[in-house]
Design a protein around this ligand. Structure first.
Ligand code: SIN
Ligand code: FE2
Length: 249
């Protein structure tokens, strides 16, 4: 388990486990790595990163990304990507989804919830790959394991509007996210919808942790940058988000 003491930051590029890391406060980012695009610290100056926000650029190197992609491909053979619809309007999301783990996030007429079965096949979701469980133990700093890992697929036109993830009883457990494939413009705000926001480009292999105050902050994906990664042969972006749902779902 990583012993994070500082509570927010952007870490330099690295491979492997992070227990030796320190986090860097806002004034002391080390942004020297090739994996960290310079515009990430040029953009939106003056925005105070929320406590508990952590970006680990290039956490997964290319072979590890390929391995993870293989596991995602296997999972979506058994639990196909589908397009969830918004509860009230019935409007489909532009993101396609599936899930690993005992629970998966689904939409229904009643709203959003976690369920043990794929809504189309009615089969249990495929198990969480070990490398994601290891990532969780490394960066989440949380005693319970994740119960759900959403698999989001963004084609070049997909977006995810600003939202707060609030369907989990374990409301304070962090969310750990992994990006694979094309780059994305990720937007992070505050606890209120109209709080100021900061945009960050997420690259293939990057890990983001939304813990602490950041767990309750608005965030979304404004755009995908096509042809910015060779990982997915047909392009697009996969984002995996691990969550603890809580006991009484
Ligand atoms: C999410 O907010 O659920 C996904 C964020 C991302 O795709 O980076
Ligand atoms: Fe989210």
């Amino acid at each position: 388990m990583a012993g994070f003491r500082a509570n927010h930051g952007i870490l330099p590029h690295r491979y492997g486990r992070t227990e030796h890391l320190e986090l860097y406060g806002k004034k002391a980012y080390r942004i020297g790595s090739q994996a960290f695009a310079p515009h990430n610290h040029m953009m939106n100056t003056g925005f105070q990163l929320p406590d508990g926000f952590l970006l680990l650029p290039g956490y997964f190197d290319r072979p590890a990304q390929e391995d993870l992609l293989y596991r995602v491909r296997k999972a979506v053979q058994a639990a196909p990507l589908y397009r969830p619809v918004m509860p009230r309007t019935g409007k489909p999301l532009s993101v396609r989804m599936s899930n690993f783990g005992p629970l998966g996030w689904i939409t229904s007429k009643e709203g959003y919830r976690y369920a043990p079965h794929h809504p189309r096949t009615n089969k249990p979701w495929p198990p969480l790959p070990d490398c994601l469980a290891v990532l969780w133990d490394d960066v989440a700093n949380w005693p319970d394991p994740p119960q759900a890992c959403l698999i989001n697929y963004y084609d070049e036109k997909a977006r995810l509007g600003l939202h707060v993830d609030a369907d989990e009883k374990a409301a304070n457990a962090p969310i750990v996210s992994v990006s694979l494939g094309d780059q994305a413009l990720f937007r992070l705000g505050g606890p209120r919808r109209n709080d100021p926001t900061r945009s960050l480009r997420l690259f293939s292999g990057d890990v983001v942790v939304l813990g602490g105050a950041a767990r309750h902050c608005y965030h979304g994906v404004d755009r995908i940058y096509p042809n910015t990664s060779t990982l997915l042969s047909k392009g697009g972006r996969i984002n995996l988000t691990m969550r603890v749902v809580g006991r009484n779902i």
